[in-house]
Design a protein around this ligand. Structure first.
Ligand SMILES: [Zn+2]
Ligand SMILES: [Zn+2]
Length: 354
């Protein structure tokens, strides 16, 4: 909020030379057409059921736009970026990436900044979905599924925040935050890239928030827990705007002043690379850290062959140092590990490589 942000900026300025803080909110929307059309189909099939229990893309988008306008309204320095995500692709909806700024904006009584955001986002979504056929196949060809992979959109969000921080004028600090609005189920493919992106966000001090419309997301729960964000599952399709405006409108610094949802118990299972299933105990390649649910003599990711300690013949004790296995051979050993423990940045991926 303006008063709180100004106060925080003034306090920060005393010690670090920062005169003002700009809050940058990156919203990632799940636009997976298969999930949204399923919702529509369910509504038609269950004609006797209450229509309020089905999500529709247009009414949900209206609620999200109200949230974006509210966010811009509470402080003149607030900025928003909106990305749309299909199964494996992501697009900048606002500011537009490839689509030119619309010139045919309807003129109404709304402030111009709101009109530009609303109209640009709606136009961009229309443009993207018209290129995608109803069964999810993009016009350009390719495979589309019911699940949405967020790793690309998350990486682009972090790159955008990093660029804004680097290009900001002296004395101005850009504080980024990412809000993922997920509709469909989790996709555990690219799990390693996903979790590395989360470690990068953790290192950049960027909070990741998640607002889930469909079933609970284990991956987003992990992301939220590791970065100190908030996770909320919306129960009522008509209540999206209430959840967004009451939980996600304030940025990290001001959150401590309001009551936010309690932290949830996070499921820290990792996804195996062979079947993309979440597992509690599995095999980890000690070279590339790929996780497998079943033993294989060769790592399918990095092609390392595994040696067994039981298969190594005992050498003659002529040289006392020769009985120690060399680091190069042991580096490809297979270890069964319990993956159900908090990584807390101490995991092997905590180097922040994405
Ligand atoms: Zn597997
Ligand atoms: Zn490997």
């Amino acid at each position: 909020m303006s008063g709180l942000t100004s106060l925080g900026a003034a306090q920060a300025g005393v010690s670090s030379g920062i005169e003002s803080i700009t809050d940058l909110l990156v919203v990632i929307l799940d636009l997976n057409p298969i999930w949204w059309s399923e919702q529509l189909d369910n509504g038609v099939e269950n004609g006797n059921g209450p229509p309020s229990q089905q999500y529709g893309l247009a009414p949900t988008l209206d609620q999200i736009l109200i949230f974006l306008n509210s966010y811009l309204l509470i402080h003149p320095g607030n900025q928003v970026v909106v990305l749309g995500c299909l199964h494996s692709r992501s697009y900048f909806l606002y500011p537009p990436e490839l689509i030119n700024m619309p010139t045919d904006m309807p003129s109404d009584s709304r402030p111009e900044a709101f009109r530009i955001v609303n109209h640009t986002v709606q136009r961009a979504i229309q443009h993207i979905l018209l290129q995608t056929s109803p069964d999810g196949e993009p016009a350009a060809g390719g495979e589309e599924k019911r699940e949405t992979v967020f790793v690309g959109a998350l990486s682009r969000s972090l790159c955008y925040i990093h660029r804004m921080q680097r290009e900001s004028p002296k004395g101005q600090f850009v504080q980024g935050r990412v809000l993922v609005i997920e509709a469909g189920p989790d996709s555990s493919s690219h799990y390693m890239h996903f979790i590395n992106t989360i470690f990068t966000a953790q290192k950049m001090n960027v909070k990741i928030d998640a607002c889930v419309l469909g079933e609970d997301s284990i991956l987003l729960q992990q992301a939220v827990d590791l970065t100190g964000g908030l996770y909320v599952k919306v129960e009522n399709p008509g209540g999206v705007v209430q959840v967004l405006n009451s939980v996600f409108i304030l940025d990290g610094a001001e959150r401590s002043t309001m009551s936010v949802p309690e932290k949830i118990q996070v499921d820290y299972r990792a996804a195996c690379f062979c079947h993309q299933k979440l597992i509690e105990v599995g095999y980890v390649c000690s070279v590339c850290l790929s996780v497998f649910c079943a033993f294989s003599p060769m790592c399918s990711t990095c092609q390392s062959t595994f040696k067994f300690m039981t298969g190594i013949k005992k050498r003659k004790p002529t040289d006392p140092t020769s009985s120690v296995p060399s680091p190069s051979s042991s580096s490809a050993a297979v270890a069964a590990v319990a993956t159900k423990k908090a990584r807390n940045g101490t995991g092997p991926n905590s180097n922040g490589k994405a």
